[in-house]
Design a protein around this ligand. Sequence first.
Ligand SMILES: [Zn+2]
Length: 541
Amino acid sequence: MRKLALLLTALFPAAAMTQPAPRAPKLLIAISVDQFSADLFDEYRPRLTGGIARLASGTAYRNGYQGHNATETCPGHSTILTGSRPSRTGIIANTWFDLTQARSDKAVYCAEDERVAGSSSSKYTVSPIHLRVPALGELMKAANPASRSVAVAGKDRAAIMMGGQRPDQRWYWDGKKYASDLTGVATPASVAAANQAVAALIAAPGLPLTLPADCVAKARSVPLGDGKVSVGSGRFERAAGDARGFRATPAFDGMTLALAARLIGEMQLGKGAAIDIIAIGLSATDYVGHSLGTGGAEMCLQLHSLDSDLADFLRLMDRSGVDYAVVLTADHGGEDVPERLRLKGVTAAARTRADLTPAAIGKAIGAKLGLAGPVLIGEGAAGDVYFDVGLKPADRRRAEAAALAAYRADPQVEAVFTKDQIARTPSPTSSPDRWSLIERARASFDAQRSGDLVVLLKRDITPIADPSKGYVATHGSPWDYDRRVPILFWRPGARANDRPEAVETADIMPTLAALLGLPIDASKIDGHCLPSAALAACPAR
Ligand SMILES: [Zn+2]
């Protein structure tokens, strides 16, 4: 994929390569690669030579943690620039349930304003109102109003959770174009140009990509489920006009990076009176993982393409003359399809049963106890489960006992915790690789939004029963394949510093704040400045 370079000619004036300096950079670039697990980073790191390799040549934590249980996109992005876990950001899941809502499904999307008339959990009004804490860009602007904060992402929830309230610009892919939730803000020319370029790209057919040499051995077709679909040997052919398919191709990240680079140039970020920040959410890795798994030729192609596009992006930054610093991490990890995992000897890998859902279990409990209504409300096999608010207190107690018994007896369930159990558990203070399961659930807990029960599946159980109906693989579990992510800090001239210790993505924000010399109230965040990031001296604890 050399499209990024082609799209981005002459955006920046030529300038000398930025030299390392013992002072704050003028531009912070925070990149989240959606579903970029530490497992993928470890596997591909020796073979990548582009932008990911460059960023890994600075201070590289290969054991970063999105430590919480609900390892989903929205919670993960909420930790990266707030210094806080989902238990503090309030973003406990991509979707939670508010049974007091008038809407029929009671579901609330993490990045919506459900108070807007006509908004629904699927056709929502994008908004940051659910985020309970400020993002770094807000704190920078509060300290110096000349600071500018920009967020660009393939997903609205990534741009919302990393940009926080009222950034100067926020753009995300809405399915057809890059769009914004901000009102009263002039649209930069870069956005129109990017939307024109992406429309032309989608209108043309996507031709099969050439497999890099190290992807060839991975190009093996693996049938999924009952054999109706298979994955493994795809090369991202796409029909002309297929905008949905476009999301699950490497070109999607190329376009988002191109828009970010255009905005940096147009807004002259890093060249103003104060320090600026741009958050970039790259979503294609997640769509590739969901629709094709993480272990085939497709993910291999995606990561090589991303590595190449990031190299182009960083070269443009070098030429811009801006003194910049980069952090790259992920909102969560991911796991491959169970069918291919079993071929590799992961014998426990399996899909959930279709009857392991709150609706099915609630229906069975209702029939047994003679209770009307859904009894249990929730989505998917794992995560937050709510009791129907229509249950009388005595019936609710009987239903809870029956639900706990049903989940505990299920061979695919590792644990089920009640809301009270989780609320009584102190927030973990140990290293995130050593948290107990209930501590992981505690890091995802919000007293107002969390479910009455939280269900955790056994390791290597994929909560997708039928892979022929959409996604084939996913994340969201409390296991390290979903929790462990790389955290890479890099600045021109950075020295290699490979760090093995477990740290949290919530540590990123206070580390960047120290780099900027921005005072942070440590009592209001969960993370800690990482002295080994070697970018700056951490404030005394
Ligand atoms: Zn995902």
